[in-house]
Design a protein around this ligand. Structure first.
Ligand SMILES: O=C[C@H](O)[C@H](O)[C@H](O)COP(=O)(O)O
Length: 236
């Protein structure tokens, strides 16, 4: 039976079929996106001409080490395709992202792309979002006050749960590539993702959250029985 890494690699390989010569690509972050970048590098070595815009310092380092040509988003502000992983994929291809802390740059890059394809093993597909804690990126000024305001806003949006500041393994607050911190909202379920997104966005100090709504057009999911491609034509 295929292990999880093998399934992630298969989803990444299938998504590579959507990449054509000359494309400007958003390169996602995380263990699944890492497989995609590695497979893309093989194609680049074979002559494929693309330019990638990485969504994190981690992906940038990997792509550079493998010889994938890169640009900044300022150099390439319009992208053809963004390929990235997700922590949960819900109805309408609504996503929770940011388990690896890269949600802010990921959302900016995905928004700059004409199309986003999410790649994952099929365990990421859920009926209702929210078992995976929702990452919320906030500025370092006033973390306690912002977290309290977030608790109230989240409750008013019909969700309940505990908010925890994310820490690294050595006990320090996790700092994002943009110098912010992340609060993980352990909600269990998110009945109305749009309502929650609006409520979170209204809290001062919030930079971005990990709900990606209306962004992904396709999900390439790998499971023991093969690959499934889900499509949502309503995505931007
Ligand atoms: O910040 C991290 C990203 O949103 C990842 O795309 C997400 O956490 C999925 O990562 P993985 O492919 O490792 O499960």
């Amino acid at each position: 039976m295929a292990d999880a890494e093998d399934l992630k690699r298969r989803a990444a390989a299938r998504a590579l079929e959507y990449v054509t010569d000359g494309m400007r690509l958003g390169l996602g972050t995380g263990s699944t996106a890492k497989h995609f970048v590695a497979l893309l590098a093989e194609r680049v070595a074979g002559g494929l001409k693309v330019v990638g815009v990485p969504t994190s310092e981690q992906t940038k380092a990997q792509a550079l080490s493998l010889g994938v040509p890169l640009a900044t988003l300022d150099e390439q502000p319009e992208l053809d395709l963004c390929i990235d992983g997700a922590d949960e994929i819900g109805p309408g291809l609504a996503l929770i992202k940011g388990g690896g802390g890269a949600l802010l740059r990921e959302k900016i890059v995905a928004s700059a792309a004409r199309e986003m394809i999410v790649i994952a093993d099929e365990t990421k597909l859920v009926g209702t979002l929210g078992v995976f804690p929702l990452p919320i990126e906030i500025v370092t000024f006033g973390v306690v006050a912002t977290t309290r305001r977030l608790e109230s806003a989240i409750a008013a949006a019909g969700c309940a749960g505990e908010l925890r500041l994310r820490h690294t393994k050595d006990g320090k607050p996790f700092v994002t590539d943009q110098g912010n911190v992340i609060v993980d909202a352990h909600l269990g379920q998110i009945a109305d993702p749009r309502r929650l997104a609006r409520a979170v966005e209204e809290v001062a100090g919030v930079v971005e959250h990990g709900l990606f709504l209306g962004l992904a057009r396709r999900a390439v999911l790998a499971g023991a029985d093969g690959i499934r491609v889900l499509e949502d034509q309503t995505a931007a």
